[in-house]
Design a protein around this ligand. Structure first.
Ligand SMILES: [Zn+2]
Length: 299
């Protein structure tokens, strides 16, 4: 079998074997009642089950760097392909949904931030004409916070991570919990820039009354989106959010913006782990994989 073909099959097989049991764990999700810290923790919880798969993938890539090509397998191509099939179907579903989000029609949400690489804010002309200036500013600041953090891209990536953990419900709950804390965090960021909580709450009610808001909870199972809306969750979540906005600002409101280098640091740590795993795979990949697959090398 060609080395690259075998690498792809092993990535799917071992990646799926590592990810699926972690996806089913119920201890991962958490529902935070804090704002920025809660959003960061919910984001981390969403990705933690995926990290071992990324490390295994890097290790396999390291193995492939020094493996001969082609590779002869006593087990045969069919056996490995069949073992990969369930995980391959999950990965294919995730890929198709991710592509669908990129190719779908423009959003019909009245107020939202769209665009994976260059976020831009969409505002319904009807609302722009009829909302009071202070409510317009409140909604605008909320969406500006989404744009500053590139939330459409983050939502798209989080949806892919969640889809790779299909069909386990805890993964969906982690995604929903993160989306909720994301909205709270952006509300707080808007308030930290001088927006009154009552104005933002009024803007939420106005947009909800506009009737064109699309509740994520009501979306079909296939439907996915990367849009970061002003009102995007179910009625219960909206009520809780408005109640929260009517309370005095939390201690975090008014604090300086969160450290943006935190994400870069995390990415660098993950890249370092991946590089180490890749080097380890190049050194001892054959020794570990050979007994597992009981293969022999051939040129
Ligand atoms: Zn929002």
């Amino acid at each position: 079998m060609e080395r690259e073909t075998l690498l792809t099959l092993l990535l799917i097989l071992f990646g799926g074997l590592a990810l699926q049991p972690l996806a089913a764990l119920r201890s991962w999700p958490g529902h935070e009642n804090v704002t920025r810290a809660g959003e960061s923790r919910a984001w981390l919880r969403l990705w933690l089950p995926v990290i071992p798969t990324l490390v295994i993938g890097a290790w396999l890539c390291g193995w492939a760097l020094q493996a001969p090509d082609p590779v002869r397998l006593p087990l045969g191509r069919t056996v490995i392909a069949l073992a990969c099939m369930p995980f391959a179907l999950v990965a294919l579903r995730a890929l198709l949904r991710a592509i669908w989000v990129l190719l779908r029609e423009p959003t019909d949400l009245p107020v939202c931030t769209v665009g994976l690489l260059r976020p831009r804010i969409i505002f319904s002309p009807f609302l722009a004409r009829n909302l009071e200036t202070r409510l317009l500013r409140a909604a605008w600041e909320h969406e500006l916070a989404h744009a500053r953090h590139h939330d459409p891209l983050r939502i798209w990536l989080a949806q892919i991570a969640t889809d790779l953990q299909w069909p386990w419900p805890p993964a969906g709950r982690r995604f929903a919990a993160w989306l909720e804390t994301l909205e709270w965090a952006r509300d707080d960021e808007a308030r930290s820039r001088g927006v009154a909580g009552t104005d933002l709450a009024s803007a939420l009610v106005a947009v909800a009354r506009h009737g064109a808001s699309v509740a994520r909870n009501g979306a079909s199972r296939w439907e996915a989106t990367s849009d970061a809306p002003l009102v995007g969750a179910g009625t219960q979540s909206l009520e809780a959010r408005i109640s929260r906005l009517l309370l005095p600002p939390s201690n975090e409101v008014g604090m300086p913006p969160p450290d943006r280098h935190g994400g870069i640091t995390t990415a660098m740590v993950l890249a370092g782990i991946a590089l180490a795993a890749c080097a380890l795979g190049a050194m001892d990949g054959s020794a570990v994989l050979s007994p597992f697959l009981a293969w022999t090398w051939a040129v």
